[in-house]
Every structure is written in C-alpha cells, then in structure tokens.
Ligand binder design. Structure first.
Ligand code: PAF
Length: 287
C-alpha cells in the first residue's frame, strides 16, 4: 500500500487524533519535497524513534527570495511518495498554499539573533518564512519529535531557538549531512547543476574539510578561511557569499577556535546557490 496522503489540516488532525487515542508517539520530517537520500535518512531516523512518522511536503513560498527560484524548485510529489512507501512512513502531508496561508493570513514568526548573520544577511525574510511555516507544521502535526538535517545548520539552530522561545513541546533532532561519494552535500538544488558544474561542486566540501583540518592543526584561522575562499573562486565558482568559522550554537563568527565551532559557507555555482558546513573538532593532539 502506498503512503497515505493528507492534503488538509482537518485530514491531518483526524489521523493524529486516532494515533494519540492509542497512545502512539509521533515524529515529523518537514521537507519541500524532491526527496533524496539525505531526506530519507531523516525519515529512517524518525521511524527508529517514534511509533508514527509524518513527512510534510510543502514548497513554502514565504521562504524564497525570488519568484524565479520558487518557480524553478522541483515538484515531484509522485516520486516522493514512491520513495517513502517502502520505508514505511505513515503519512505524507501535502497542503497547498491556500491551506497553509488562507486569505487573511497575517502572522510572521521572526527569530532574531541566530537568524541574522550568514544566510540571513543575504536572504532577507528567508528565516521568517522558515520559522513561520515550521511553527505551523509543528503545531498542525502535534509531533513529539521533529527531524532536520545539519546541512541547513543555521535553519536547525533557528528552529531550536523558535521551539524553546515559544514553548512548543517537541524535541528537535539534528541529523548529519548525507554526502555524495565525492563529498558534495546532498541537496535538491544539485539537480539543477549542469554536468560541468556538478563536476566542480564537490570542491566546496573539500575546501571546508581542509580548512577545518588546518584550523585544528593550529594554522591561523584567517589564513585557513582565506585560502579556502581563494581556492573555491579559482576552481570556477562565481562567488563566495560567506565562508566563516562560527560558534556552534549562536553562529557568531569566531577569531579563536576555543569552543565548539563550525565552518559554514554559501557559494554560487552557475546560478545555483550551494550551502555546506563542517564541524571543527579538536582532537587530543591538536593545540
Ligand atoms: O529545509 C527545508 O526543506 C525547509 O526549509 C523546511 C524546513 C521544510 C521549511 O519549509
């Protein structure tokens, strides 16, 4: 049997109420569809955690900065449902724009601080759109657990802040980035790279991992980050929006790696914006 689909809040809530009446726990995996192995790893982690798993599929217009980007976003509901069925996800929730934002909708959820730097500085309103839709999805699904990929690391930290501040009773679980064999972080946007761009794309991850290793080895941080930025540009990327070492929780740029830290980056390749991040882990032997 293929994964059941709910298209309205009422249908979703009827199913959730039935599960709750049997005392079952619920996990949600919010997505915008075009599911790849990264999404499926979140679904698997959710299935390992809760009795019931809802995958949401909604291409959220409020988080796009351009109409062209929104229009170009892949919409592959049939293929997505076909990928979820063998895993055993219990419900696919696919509301349309009217269902999520009916006439008169007037509320925006805005998380200050952690949403302001990095992607937030280049994509005005993006994290307001994310926070608004995630708040709605968490409340509509009444989930006990919600799964997000670390690939969108700033999004994950924005969502953590959101649920803490609004007392939404859900555990937010971040899962490791899933990478292609050549290291490229899986993303629905990778589908839009040409063959030659796709060949260049893994250089981003390679440079981030190398910069992290050099920082751990004690090289000056600015030198490591500058070298990574230059290598990326030399290899054919159009621009580096940002490539920064930040603290793991508030994502404030660091000049010393003396606390849990991560390198985060956004770059442009052939008109496609790619993001990635890697942890900077101190080892016993590093300074
Ligand atoms: O990461 C995504 O796909 C989206 O930002 C999310 C969390 C589903 C909200 O629209």
């Amino acid at each position: 049997m293929s994964v059941p689909i709910a298209r309205t809040v009422d249908e979703l809530k009827r199913t959730v109420a039935e599960w709750r009446s049997k005392g079952e726990s619920i996990a949600v995996v919010p997505t915008m569809g075009a599911l790849h192995a990264g999404h499926l790893s979140l679904v698997q982690a959710a299935l390992d955690t809760a009795d019931r798993v809802i995958v949401t599929l909604f291409v959220n217009p409020k988080q796009f900065n351009s109409a062209a980007d929104l229009a170009a976003y892949p919409r592959t509901e049939k293929e997505d449902a076909a990928k979820l069925t063998p895993l055993g996800a219990h419900l696919l929730y696919c509301p349309d724009g009217e269902e999520m934002y009916p006439a008169g909708f007037a509320t925006t959820v805005s998380v200050s601080g952690v949403s302001e730097g990095l992607c937030g500085a280049y994509r005005p309103g993006h994290f307001d759109g994310v926070a608004t839709v995630v708040a709605k999805l968490l409340m509509q699904t009444d989930a006990d657990f919600a799964f997000f990929g670390e690939k969108d690391f700033q999004q994950l930290q924005v969502v953590r802040r959101l649920v803490a501040d609004l007392d939404i009773p859900v555990a937010i679980i971040g899962c490791p980035t899933v990478r292609e064999e050549d290291g490229l972080a899986m993303s629905s946007r990778n589908l839009r790279l040409s063959a030659s761009e796709r060949a260049i794309a893994p250089i981003l991850a390679r440079q981030l991992f190398q910069a992290a290793d050099r920082i751990v080895a004690g090289e000056p941080i600015a030198q490591c980050l500058n070298r990574a930025r230059s290598c990326i540009l030399e290899q054919g990327f159009q621009s580096v929006e940002y490539l920064e070492l930040c603290d793991e929780y508030k994502l404030i740029p660091l000049v010393k790696a003396d606390q849990p830290a991560r390198i985060l980056s956004a770059v442009w390749l052939g008109g496609i914006r790619l993001i990635d991040n890697v942890i900077v882990t101190k080892t016993e032997t590093s300074k």
